[in-house]
Design a protein around this ligand. Structure first.
Ligand code: NAD
Length: 383
């Protein structure tokens, strides 16, 4: 099978590597010649390293499967094309329309968009029924999760076909509705947003919140360390996009403290400063290791996370199993959010949210109706 990749940046190159290692011929197209060259030398280095480590029998064989091109028409023999260009709806629509004039009628068209509507992209095509979302995570060769997103127009049968292909590529596919943030970028919002809210209120410092979420909550990285790692340019924009896409639902409201970091150019690790300073010799601030406070912080952020997953389940964004897989395998949460709710008990999670709602009077803390029902009937989310 011939696979086409449009855009040879971080994601395009990574997805191209996955496809080539799965045995496909891969045509990589980019409008920027330097980006193509970077991808080519980057892939060469990566495959070479894999061979040296004994993880790949022959780097040259895989390297020979690539064709790099600055001409879209070279994608004509592809059976599947995955687009990973700049996150801009108008540009993506234009590229998909041009692509359709090049490929055969049977070619499947996928977008790696993180935040745009797959349905809106499909609408730019003459055959929208062959379009779907394949949302990989960065770095694509290492992250197992792929969110498979049917557009409203996607033909029946395409999703199972692509789920099977992703499995063949060694990935863990989950199916999600075409709603903002899909699964991961939606369910993870409170991990950042509620942590920042607590910090802005002066209840706890970033160091204390990070300590609570890692040591008591079991997360690999605390929210502030993770935001500094992801970069505030990326993390803030995802939050803002999800918030506006949900018609300004206050649950996803961005924060001024993160917006100011972005404006200051304090993007996190990559610029040497974000919530923390990373200059040589800087000592990281000490957390307040108060167990009662720490438990309160984990309960509050946890309740917001669980509520988000429960609401997504209620609205049919994905199956319970896929919601759990996305957060545990995709972003390494210590346990699935529904499992966490079952372990804590729906009534207890609801009590935390209702107390917050009572205290603040903000819609942000409204409990999902499904949580309320489960608490009332003393039922679990997972069987
Ligand atoms: N970086 C991430 O963590 C991540 C994760 C998942 C999904 N995504 C999504 O993947 C897509 C690509 O992201 P990225 O981080 O790889 O971006 P990137 O900036 O690293 O790469 C984009 C590439 O697309 C090329 N390009 C731009 N316009 C083009 C056009 N009209 N035709 C052909 N090539 C064009 C650019 O030259 C560049 O090489 C975006 O939709 C993004 O939202 C990103």
């Amino acid at each position: 099978m011939n696979v086409g990749i449009i855009g040879s940046g971080a994601m395009g190159a990574g997805i191209a590597q996955v496809a080539a290692m799965a045995g496909h011929s891969v045509h990589i197209y980019d409008t920027a010649a330097p980006a193509l060259q970077r991808a080519q030398s980057g892939l060469q280095t990566t495959l070479q390293k894999l061979e040296e480590k004994g993880k790949l029998p022959d780097a040259a064989t895989v390297m020979n499967r690539f064709q790099f091109t600055g001409t879209l028409a070279d994608l004509a023999p592809c059976h599947l094309v995955i687009e990973a260009i700049v996150e801009n709806l108008d540009i993506k629509k234009k590229v998909f329309a041009e692509l359709e004039a090049v490929v055969s009628a049977g070619c499947i068209l996928a977008t790696n968009t993180s935040s745009l509507s797959v349905t809106a992209i499909a609408a730019a095509c003459r055959q929208p029924e062959r379009v779907l979302g394949l949302h990989f995570f960065n770095p694509a060769p290492l992250m197992a999760l792929v969110e498979v997103v049917p557009a409203l127009q996607t033909r029946e049968g395409l999703v199972p076909e692509l789920m099977a292909l992703m499995q063949q590529w060694g990935k863990m596919p989950v199916q999600t509705k075409d709603t903002p943030g899909f699964i991961v970028n939606r369910l993870a919002r409170p991990f950042y947003g509620e942590a920042i809210r607590i910090y802005e209120e002066g209840i706890a410092s970033p160091a204390t919140l990070d300590w609570a979420m890692t040591t008591l909550g079991g997360f690999r990285m605390g929210p502030f360390t993770l935001m500094d790692y992801i970069g505030h340019d990326v993390n803030y924009v995802v939050t803002e996009t999800v918030w506006t896409s949900f018609f300004y639902d206050p649950r996803y409201k961005p924060s001024f403290s993160q917006k100011r970091l972005l404006e200051a150019g304090w993007l996190g690790r990559k610029t040497g400063r974000g919530f923390y300073e990373y200059a040589e010799g800087t000592v990281l601030p000490e957390p307040v290791m108060d167990e009662a406070l720490g438990r309160h912080l984990v309960d509050r952020i946890g309740a917001m996370l669980m509520n988000e997953a429960i609401e997504a389940l209620h609205l049919g964004v994905a199956s319970a199993a896929d919601l759990e897989m996305a957060m545990t395998k995709g972003v390494n949460y210590p346990k699935g959010l529904l499992q966490w709710a079952d372990d804590a008990g729906a009534a207890r999670v609801l009590a935390v949210l209702d107390a917050l709602y009572e205290e603040y009077g903000e819609d942000r803390y409204r409990a999902s109706v499904l949580l309320r029902q489960k608490a009332r009937n003393d039922e679990r989310f997972l069987s």
